[in-house]
Design a protein around this ligand. Structure first.
Ligand SMILES: Nc1ncnc2c1ncn2[C@@H]1O[C@H](COP(=O)(O)OP(=O)(O)OP(=O)(O)O)[C@@H](O)[C@H]1O
Ligand SMILES: [Mg+2]
Length: 251
């Protein structure tokens, strides 16, 4: 029986009573959202439902008007990008996660480069580790060297680098806001497969998408939002594509 002292019953991360207004627009109203260990959560809802606002709050780039956050039951401050990352959260946006005019290797490290005693960058170590990460996690076709520039990668390849970075720095929550909306079929399949592998390996994913077929294939649980509120949280076994479609259309 799960109870309050059983660590398995405590969510990996919780956002409680989150509200955020922009002038007269209530983007989020008293939203509760949790991420459990080893799960892919589908964050669903029509345009303007508040999904991206919630993702931005969780990644520390937007501050909510009210609410609090807990990691494994302990209150945490995620009021900046750095604090959100320190709480184990990494976010992948379609375009802005990476600096496009830098190499893959520098992107993976981005500000956390290992240095030797004299302050020189440990280039050889970075190159070897980057190649290992690429070989282990970035099996998207065409990435042959960590020295490739990110601007020369496709959308899916660039995302794979961001995923590699999250994995290397041992974040255990990955937020993906519409990661597949501009990807080819092949790249989309890779990103969907990577989400499943990450979850099984201990990195929970929050997947924002308008594609319910994709969501239904990879998610363990679905949170449906409408007009700034959460309408429903339901595990896959207790719902269907039809029900999710209805929930989104009728609110
Ligand atoms: N910076 C902002 N300034 C003003 N209003 C905003 C801002 N960001 C979001 N909003 C408003 O908040 C509401 C929620 O927007 P949000 O981007 O979170 O929706 P969404 O669920 O991600 O939609 P979509 O599926 O279209 O991406 C919308 O009404 C939007 O216009
Ligand atoms: Mg959005």
């Amino acid at each position: 029986m799960a109870n309050a002292t059983d660590p398995a019953s405590v969510p990996l991360f919780e956002a409680r009573n989150i509200s955020k207004s922009y002038g007269h627009v209530n983007a989020l109203m008293d939203v509760n959202f949790e991420v459990r260990q080893k799960e892919v959560v589908g964050l669903l809802g029509d345009n303007g439902a508040g999904k991206s606002t919630l993702i931005k709050i969780l990644s520390g780039v937007v501050n909510p008007d009210t609410g609090e956050f807990r990691r494994k039951g302990e209150k945490v401050d995620i009021g900046s990008r750095r604090r959100s990352e320190a709480a184990g959260i990494q976010t992948i946006y379609q375009d802005i996660a990476l600096v496009r005019s830098m190499s893959i290797m520098r992107n993976i490290y981005a500000g956390r480069e290992p240095t030797g005693p004299l302050g020189f960058l440990k280039m050889r170590e970075m190159r070897t580790t980057s190649m290992q990460i690429l070989e282990n996690y970035v099996r998207i076709a065409g990435i042959t060297s960590p020295d490739l520039m990110v601007e020369d990668l496709s959308g899916g390849q660039a995302q794979a680098v961001a995923i590699a970075r999250a994995v290397h720095f041992k974040r255990d929550i990955l937020l993906l806001d519409e990661p597949t909306s501009a990807l080819s079929v092949r790249e989309t399949e890779k990103v969907l497969a990577i989400m499943r592998e990450l979850a099984e390996g201990g990195v929970s994913c929050v997947f924002v998408t308008h594609n319910l077929y994709h969501a239904f294939r990879v998610c363990d649980r679905f949170v449906v939002m409408a007009h700034g509120r959460t309408v429903k949280s339901v595990v896959k076994a207790d719902t269907s594509l039809n029900e999710l479609t209805d929930l989104i259309m009728t609110h």
